[in-house]
Design a protein around this ligand. Sequence first.
Ligand code: ATP
Ligand code: MG
Length: 259
Amino acid sequence: MTRIIAIANHAGGVAKTTTTLNLGHALAEQGSRVLLVDFDPQASLTESLGFNPDSLEYTIHNLVLETQPGLTVAEVIQKTQIPGLSLLPSRIDLAKAESQLFSEYKREQILADLLQPVLPLFDFVIIDCQPSLGILPTNALTAASEILIPVTSDPKAFRALKQLLETVAGFRRKLNPSLHLSGIVVTNHDGRTQLGRQMLELLREEYPQDVLPVVIPRSVRTQESSALGKSILTYQPASPVSQAYRELALELTKHAHAA
Ligand SMILES: Nc1ncnc2c1ncn2[C@@H]1O[C@H](COP(=O)(O)OP(=O)(O)OP(=O)(O)O)[C@@H](O)[C@H]1O
Ligand SMILES: [Mg+2]
């Protein structure tokens, strides 16, 4: 069965997009068929895979807002340069979903329905969410079988996490009872500062079952790679960040076997 993982956190800049891209690349490298879904109007994931959203004929907004009757999801999916990794791209027009879907019947179900026909083609579908708890992330959490929460080791992210976990619990009760928390992954971690180390310790104390053992270290190479339209696994395959994303991929695969 296809695992659908939403990478979500309403806090901005916690490495949701970086994690979607590099976890996806690592899973593809390990032999899985992976579809990345850019579900953020900022389209950072689309750009960090080297695509210019404005030059694409179709993006996910055409499907969500039904601008082209008869358009299929398969026609919108792009193959990337990474073997085994495909992308459902986005662009700024997806921002119209918030107002246009407001009164739509079953509006939180749209992404789940549109992904359905291509699920047999992939082992993993990984959805990059925008930093909000609005209609788009709600769609992602309805479509998903799992949520993976990236957090940075700073006090602001820690407070947001508490709120997010409460929201996820409410979500499970009301919209998607089978949504499973695959874990909290600490990203962009600076282990050289005392604050960084203390925050990591605090996170592990507070959420011992959920904080994953692998920690993604901070490295300026990560910013460089996304600016160049590449994953860190392509740009610096042997770097500690690449290795950490490979470990994260292995860990997630292992958890599925244990389940
Ligand atoms: N391990 C890392 N080391 C250094 N910089 C990182 C690391 N991971 C992410 N970054 C940088 O942090 C910034 C935010 O990352 P990213 O865009 O992935 O976050 P996001 O949660 O998707 O943001 P948004 O909420 O805006 O969608 C980017 O500039 C990214 O390159
Ligand atoms: Mg992002």
